[in-house]
Design a protein around this ligand. Structure first.
Ligand code: NDP
Length: 482
């Protein structure tokens, strides 16, 4: 199909100042590591080295936890909610003021299209701080139980798919409720967290309230294992989530785990097809499919399956894959070589198991990590591509005949994070939402996020909720609890 030729429309990267190397943000300032090493953060779109970052040692984590404890005992744990709220408002406002810097840096470090970092990640990150600023002085009235109080020091480990946004999901509720924080960004995407440290300095946040330690899995493990951490919040793979649950079993540590997903996006024959096609595309090709709640399994009613498949392929032919900083780009780079290998391996397994593979045939840049938007049809429930999280721009299509069959297939997964339902019948939406074992069910839309709305999983998608009042509950202990 003929495509329009767009002139390149690159966002300027001059708006952001990337330092050649970064230390750790502990006790309100950047410090050198004690015994740690360094690693490079690269742009997945060009493989260019962006900066050198510190691989924090257990001794560094210990310093960060000690700083968080001092800040908790000395200032943050005693501060009134109204005063804490002022800091959160300040952070939110500074994030808005520096939005372009954050958007460009996120797209450079992560590979996601600038349109998404500019219109989704950064505004939502600011919205989380605004939302939680409003709660800080109202916790006694939030229905959280008698006299809610903070846990103390919270350890947080976040993934690479929404680096700044996941940081905000974690830090905003922790601070609003009076906890102090030690957070580790993912190894491949540490740069917006380090820029966020500057925001904290600008906001005059008391030293030690938020500490940012960069590093790989071992640094995350040091946070998890640290005896003076009271609560853990983790987003990432189910495998690491299980390891964390095992590590803290038998300790007093509380935890919330936001893990993987294999969501069904279910399209009935009475759905508005044009909107559903857009919803399917948004569901799985948004953020290159690096989304835990991605609609990675399309369940389409048999009577319209052929039509939906044809229209979907036509639409995918128009997706523009390439430079994340180009404002016309729909699909950016895969975040890392390791993730590209994983996607490549799982899609090869899909073919080997007999599903029919199609991709949009677009040209890919010579350097960097890329994967064409891909659709598998003729997928059966036992195929690995129907069971495992691919975490890439790959859609598996299955069909169903009746609502009961749709529910049975949708729920036939170890995960339970999200689902989508496309139909014109309100009663069917309500019935489906009741039957689906998923933390979020979207109706005639997909991938919509809001700080007021709790997000989290069933089964192996983890436990605990983030966002809304439910998210606050995870960061407090109530009067009756010891
Ligand atoms: P991980 O779960 O390994 O990464 C998530 C975070 O945990 C990162 O900060 C990581 O550090 C850290 N981490 C790794 N090992 C440990 C440990 N033992 N203790 C504490 N923290 C640790 O995900 P991957 O990046 O390896 O991705 C693998 C797969 O996981 C993906 O293909 C995808 O399927 C899934 N995934 C799901 C996500 C979701 O939101 N549901 C998010 C990310 C991945 P580091 O980055 O340095 O390794």
């Amino acid at each position: 199909m003929a495509k329009f030729d767009y002139a390149p429309a690159p966002e300027s990267r001059a708006v952001v100042d990337i330092k050649p190397s970064y230390g750790l943000f502990i006790n309100g300032e950047f410090t050198d590591s004690e015994g740690g090493s360094a690693f490079k953060s690269i742009s997945p779109a060009t493989e260019e080295v962006l900066a050198e970052v510190t691989d924090a040692s257990p001794a560094d984590v210990d310093r960060a936890v000690a700083a968080a404890r001092r800040a908790y005992n000395g200032v943050w744990g005693r501060m009134s909610g109204a005063d804490r709220g002022k800091y959160l408002f300040r952070i939110a406002r500074i994030l808005q003021e520096r939005a372009r810097e954050f958007a460009v840096l996120e797209s450079l470090d992560n590979g996601k299209p600038i349109r998404e970092s500019r219109d989704v990640d950064v505004p939502l990150a600011a919205a989380h701080f605004f939302y939680h600023a409003g709660w800080a002085d109202k916790l006694d009235y939030a229905g959280l139980g008698t006299a809610p109080r903070p846990h103390g020091v919270v350890g947080q480990v976040i993934p690479w798919n929404f680096p700044l946004l996941m940081l905000s999901w974690k830090i905003a509720p922790a601070l609003a409720t009076g906890n102090t924080v030690v957070i580790k960004p993912a190894e491949t995407t540490p740069l917006t967290a380090l820029l966020f440290a500057e925001v904290l300095q600008q906001a005059d946040l008391p030293p030690g309230v938020v500490n940012i330690v960069t590093g790989a899995g071992a640094t995350g493990q040091a946070i998890v294992d640290h005896p003076d951490v009271d609560k853990l919040a983790f987003t990432g793979s189910t495998g690491v989530g299980k390891m964390i649950a095992r590590s803290i079993a038998g300790t007093r540590k509380k935890a919330t785990l936001e893990l993987g997903g294999k969501a069904a996006n279910i399209v009935f024959d009475d759905a508005p097809i044009d909107q559903a096609i857009e919803g399917i595309v948004n569901g799985i090709f948004f953020n290159q499919g690096h989304v835990c709640c991605a609609g990675s399994r399309l369940l389409v009613q048999e009577s319209i399956a052929e039509e939906v498949e044809q229209r979907l392929k036509r639409r995918l032919g128009t997706l523009r894959v390439g430079d994340p900083l180009d404002k016309n780009t729909d699909v950016g780079a895969i975040n890392s070589k390791a993730q590209l290998n994983r996607i490549t391996e799982l899609t090869a397994a899909g073919e080997a198991e007999g599903a029919e593979r199609w991709d949009n045939g677009c040209e890919l840049p010579a350097k960097g990590f890329w994967f064409r938007p891909t659709v598998f049809t003729g997928v059966s429930q036992t195929h690995r591509i129907a069971q495992e999280e691919i975490f890439g721009p790959v859609l598996s299509v299955l069909t169903f005949r009746t609502p009961h069959e749709a529910v049975a297939k949708a729920n036939n997964t170890p995960y339970g994070l999200s689902a989508g339902v496309w139909t014109e019948k309100g009663s069917r939406i309500l019935w489906m939402a009741d039957q689906l074992r998923a933390g979020v069910v979207w109706a005639n839309t997909f991938n919509k996020f809001d700080p007021t709305s709790p997000f989290g999983g069933y089964k192996e998608s983890g436990y605990g909720r983030e966002g809304g009042r439910h998210g606050l509950a995870a960061y407090v202990t109530t009067g009756d609890a010891k």
